[in-house]
Write a protein that binds this ligand. Sequence first.
Ligand SMILES: Cc1cc2nc3c(=O)[nH]c(=O)nc-3n(C[C@H](O)[C@H](O)[C@H](O)COP(=O)(O)O)c2cc1C
Ligand code: SF4
Length: 453
Amino acid sequence: MASNQYMSNGSFKYKNLSELQKDIENLGLDIKISQNLDLFKEKINIGNHIIPNAIASLPMEGGDSTEHGSPTELTYRKYEKIARGGAGLIWLEAVSVSKDGRSNDKQLWLTEDNWLEFKKLNDLIKTSAKEEFGEDYNPITILQLNHSGRYCKVKGKSNPIIATHKKDLDNRLGIDEDYPIVSDDYLKGLENDFLKSARLAKKAGFDGVDIKACHGYLLSELLSAYEREGEYGGSFENRIKLLINIIQKIEEDKECEGLILASRLNASDVLPYPQGWGMSKNGEDVIDLEEPKKLIEILKDKGVSLISLTMGNPYFIPHINKPYDIGTYTPDENVIISCNRLISEIGKIQKQFPEINIVGVGYSWFRHLAPYIGAGSLENGLCNIVGFGREGISYPNFARDILKDKEMKKNKVCISCSKCSEMKSKIGTCGCIVRDSKVYLPIYKEMKKGEEN
Ligand SMILES: Cc1cc2nc3c(=O)[nH]c(=O)nc-3n(C[C@H](O)[C@H](O)[C@H](O)COP(=O)(O)O)c2cc1C
Ligand code: SF4
């Protein structure tokens, strides 16, 4: 399926909303449209916190930390722009909870030694936003805590830490069947790693932490560890155990008091059972939300009030995770169908849990028409907050433009060319080479030159 060659589907063709609406109707999709962009101005209450609008900037790992995991000028620059851009919810990128759990040597990693640098980052976000929107304006910041599992890398080389074997994913990474899986003791030890990181996040001033369980990383992999033996595999209760234990520990911890408990969760891996979570167990390649909904019910009881839903595995089936026009392969479905999958499956969950604030995804591909699709989702209860990933790095002012000018500008939107993803997978450091070309195009070119040599 994947090749090193990037190819174009040339799919985005809509000049205006009515053309898009026609396709949505012809294809019988669940995507909704609304022209009431004031819906984005809705404030969202989460415990003692208020998200000032219904727009989230989703996590985008930039691979730009120091070797010890601290933010650098590139990190500060990115988040200052996002903060000045006006998204009410700023969901920061994956930050490792341990050295061996890093996705690469330039992934952020929060430690006792560098938490003040993270405080500087959070302060920068808050003060920049206040400078733009007034003293009373306070975007909510969520720090995403993660262990990269099978996608750990050391010195540019894959260094998988796996909880269970998964045939197709193993093959893609060159993992053979004798490759060791981590012990129950190792997994138990992660409870404290996450707790320590949550305490540091609280000290650094972040409003909340996300215990990340999506995209095939370690906690996400455990959700579908049907074939793992021992405490963390097999039954539903065992597979969700580590995630739940971590959340419970943070919830009960005095030092973490007041933190928003959040999770970025895969609604479905969209990989057939037994390789994937949230899939029918009768062998059919169809999504089944029964277990994800059961998990969300438990998370809710444990105090989780904010969930960012997503789907798929960006390393294996990127078109499902972030629908694109240009990528490593041409998907066997229209891109709008991939967007519809994200929006409608997430919508089914939001409808069942109206009391939980679900952040939706699947909007960036719609370019300048995205605000109308997002407003359609808000109007129809498909999510309480509309999340944008790639726009955060291509068009950091997207939220301000939606809220103030009631539009996203054609010449600023992400064109879903996947070049940021290519950089992320090849060198770790990534950004938008199209709209932020001064900084990132030279890095991209250097990477390409390196490939030729
Ligand atoms: C370069 C890149 C980095 C990403 N980093 C993260 C990350 O750190 N954590 C995460 O949960 N998702 C990450 N994502 C996924 C995005 O948050 C988002 O789910 C995805 O891009 C789809 O949303 P969009 O269509 O609005 O871009 C990343 C995506 C890209 C392209
Ligand atoms: S490089 Fe820029 S335009 Fe291309 S997909 Fe990434 S964010 Fe979008």
